[in-house]
Design a protein around this ligand. Structure first.
Ligand code: HEC
Ligand code: HEC
Ligand code: HEC
Ligand code: HEC
Ligand code: HEC
Ligand code: HEC
Ligand code: HEC
Ligand code: HEC
Length: 469
């Protein structure tokens, strides 16, 4: 830690570093968005201003200093200024920070060290040195989730929850639209926030810190399941619970503490560094001939979260650019690092069976009955969560229907059956009993005259959708 700082102090000469980790970068034709040669670009030197950041923050916020000092970045002489630097004209410039140079309360508080900075560090800032990761991430569902949810979600489009409920719920996972007032202070209703699809003041989308927390920016941390489990949990997308239940999770919990999560980027090897896969190992990390990706839609062949399960290239709000067969082959290649062809094919056959079963036996008949209620005027089309009967329909696909499908996809029998199909059956009976009664008696479904907290703004973010309504 000390050594890093001394080194930093000495490196006053401008230096141009280009680190290109060696090794065979087999160009796989199934990864079109991957550059041919992986590069880390650094064009920099350490100015007195950059040194001042480190030295003053060592005093005012030792926690931040310490995290940074223990990072690969500090080791490679990447300073605070490399990420936080801003121009006076930048929309995310922190005007408040200029004042710290006028206080004179420590040796680094001098006007000669004054440098404009931004508090927000966006994917655009990281992309200076990590262009491949930033590019892949920018086309992912993660980075573009605000566009997706504002296209399909009734909570937002019909204002069914309040701004406060969104800020503390939806937006911490999906991301917020950052706002700054004219004095350069970030709006507390939008900040802090590191949601995967955050819309930044510089126009870039997402937050790399959703998985690589500051200021360690550790690749080991991102490879662990807890990173993803922060958002991928709960009744409607319980991936972490599913994984914990799977044999893969069980083995990790028993011996994972001894595995090598800190292998250099691109070298993390199944069977050598770890015995069973984490979320990242299946969905993102390089494995055999499959290259690392920051686009989590790669390797998927279904949209398991959707009401009716469809192929990713048919998902209208954000269609995948490649075919599902191509992506399935990538995921299966990951499995085959540790399993036989037969084992993997059979697992997929079981999963495909579950999806067909869910679509045909549970979802389609229930949706058809709901459409009948709409057509007969027994339920208004905008009933949504105000109608207990509509909620039965919603939870059938959004909660247990997802659990049944995802439990099967990721090897968790309890989720596929007890939290999944068993609950689907209960819900099915309840929904159809009530719907049939209404149709028979030609009675209208109950719709609450008042719904609490339905005060949310219904204007889609103009930065994404333009100003036209
Ligand atoms: C003389 C001490 C000092 C120096 C030099 C200094 N900072 Fe700060 N910085 C502070 C203090 C104090 C705060 C907290 C200010 C506050 O509470 O608003 C702060 C806040 C910040 C924040 C939080 C974001 C914000 O808008 O408030 C960032 C990011 C930051 N500093 C980065 C830097 C960088 C990068 C440099 C070097 C260019 C730097 N600092 C130099 C003292 C300093
Ligand atoms: C690799 C890029 C990177 C480097 C290097 C870096 N930061 Fe940051 N910093 C970030 C990111 C990302 C955030 C989170 C802000 C966001 O979500 O946009 C952040 C946030 C901050 C904040 C506000 C966070 C809080 O908890 O209040 C401060 C203050 C800060 N950085 C200071 C520093 C200082 C001081 C250094 C050098 C010792 C430094 N940063 C080095 C990327 C970096
Ligand atoms: C000025 C160039 C530069 C910027 C800006 C930069 N990085 Fe890095 N980053 C590097 C270099 C160089 C390395 C390799 C360091 C090493 O291992 O020696 C690295 C390594 C990493 C690693 C791998 C760490 C590990 O544990 O092996 C991650 C993750 C990372 N950076 C994320 C980020 C994120 C996120 C941002 C933006 C918030 C960012 N970087 C901004 C240059 C930069
Ligand atoms: C705990 C984090 C979290 C919270 C809180 C959260 N979501 Fe999500 N949401 C997710 C995750 C993770 C997924 C992806 C599920 C999947 O693909 O299996 C998702 C999926 C979705 C989808 C489906 C997107 C698609 O591609 O079909 C919509 C719509 C959505 N969320 C809207 C919302 C809204 C609106 C709120 C607040 C009312 C909200 N979410 C709250 C994490 C969250
Ligand atoms: C959804 C979580 C997630 C997000 C968001 C994310 N990363 Fe990563 N990142 C990972 C994982 C997992 C790895 C480890 C891959 C491996 O095993 O080598 C990684 C690895 C890296 C590495 C090491 C080199 C490599 O490609 O393996 C860099 C650099 C990096 N990320 C930068 C970024 C930048 C820059 C952003 C934002 C543009 C970002 N990451 C956003 C999960 C994420
Ligand atoms: C800060 C919250 C957050 C974190 C952390 C996070 N995700 Fe997500 N993830 C989401 C949200 C929100 C969505 C839904 C995006 C949408 O469909 O609109 C999502 C969607 C996905 C999808 C579905 C993509 C698709 O095409 O349907 C996969 C796979 C995924 N995430 C994997 C991961 C992995 C692996 C990690 C950890 C390395 C991770 N996520 C970390 C919030 C998060
Ligand atoms: C053994 C490999 C493996 C592991 C480990 C794994 N997954 Fe998956 N995941 C899959 C497979 C296979 C699918 C279904 C792929 C398809 O669509 O063909 C899937 C699907 C998903 C989806 C997509 C759901 C949708 O909406 O379409 C998300 C999100 C997801 N996984 C997140 C995670 C998270 C988070 C973890 C860790 C807690 C995790 N996965 C662990 C293999 C894995
Ligand atoms: C890093 C190695 C590794 C990878 C990659 C991997 N697995 Fe596994 N998997 C294992 C190990 C080890 C076991 C435990 C075998 C045992 O029970 O003896 C296991 C168990 C399983 C089981 C048995 C579950 C049970 O409850 O008995 C299934 C099914 C499975 N894996 C499917 C897959 C699929 C599908 C993929 C790819 C999407 C995959 N695995 C990727 C190592 C791996």
């Amino acid at each position: 830690m000390k050594k890093a700082i001394i080194l930093a102090g000495l490196a006053m000469l401008a230096a141009i570093w280009c680190l290109a980790p060696g090794g065979a970068w087999a160009q796989d034709k199934t990864a079109p968005n991957q550059a041919k040669v992986k590069e880390f670009r650094i064009v920099r030197g350490m100015s007195p201003q950059a040194q001042a950041c480190i030295e003053c923050h060592k005093i005012v916020s030792p926690g931040i200093f310490d995290d940074w000092a223990g990072s690969r970045h500090a080791n490679a002489n990447i300073s605070c200024l490399d990420c936080h630097q801003a121009k006076d004209s930048d929309p995310d410039l922190s005007k408040a920070h200029q004042a710290v140079y006028e206080k004179g309360d420590n040796p680094w508080s001098k006007s000669e060290y004054m440098t404009p900075i931004a508090g927000v560090v966006s994917p655009k800032d990281c992309s200076r040195c990590h262009p491949d990761e930033a590019k892949q991430y920018s086309v992912s569902k993660h980075a573009n989730t605000l566009q997706i949810i504002w296209t399909i979600d009734p909570w937002l489009n019909f204002g069914l929850n309040s701004g406060l409920e969104r800020v503390n719920g939806c937006f911490h996972c999906h991301g917020t639209v950052l706002k700054q007032d004219k004095d350069g202070r970030l709006d507390p209703m939008t900040w802090p926030n590191v949601g995967v699809g955050r819309l930044n003041l510089d126009g870039s989308k997402g937050s790399c810190a959703a998985c690589h927390t500051r200021h360690r920016f550790s690749v080991a941390e991102a490879r662990k399941p807890d990173t993803c489990g922060q958002c991928h949990l709960g009744p409607d997308h319980p991936q972490i619970e599913i994984w914990n239940e799977s044999k893969h999770g069980a083995i990790y919990h028993s011996e994972g503490a001894k595995w090598n999560f800190a292998a250099a980027p691109g070298t993390w090897t199944p069977g050598v560094d770890y015995r069973t896969p984490t979320c990242a190992a299946c969905h993102m990390s390089g494995s055999g001939k499959v290259l690392t990706t920051h686009d989590v839609t790669e390797r998927l062949s279904w949209e398991l979260q959707a009401p009716l399960t469809i192929r990713p290239q048919d998902f209208k709000p954000w269609p995948a650019k490649s075919s599902w067969q191509e992506e399935r082959a990538k995921m299966q290649a990951v499995c085959k690092q540790c399993h036989s062809e037969e084992w993997v094919k059979s697992h997929y056959a079981q999963m495909d069976g579950v999806i067909k079963d869910y679509n045909e036996v549970y979802f389609k008949p229930t949706k058809a009955k709901l459409d009948e209620l709409y057509a007969k005027g027994l339920m208004p089309k905008d009933a949504f969560f105000k109608s207990p009967l509509w909620n039965e329909f919603y939870e059938l696909w959004h909660h247990e229907g997802r659990r049944a499908r995802m439990g099967a996809a990721m090897m968790a029998p309890d989720y596929s059956w007890w939290h999944g199909f068993y609950e689907c059956k209960k819900r099915y009976v309840k929904f159809h009993e009530e719907a049939d009664r209404l149709i028979k008696e030609h009675k209208k479904a109950y719709v609450a005259p008042y719904f609490p907290g339905a005060t949310g703004n219904t204007t889609k973010p103009p930065q994404i959708f333009g100003t036209k309504k």
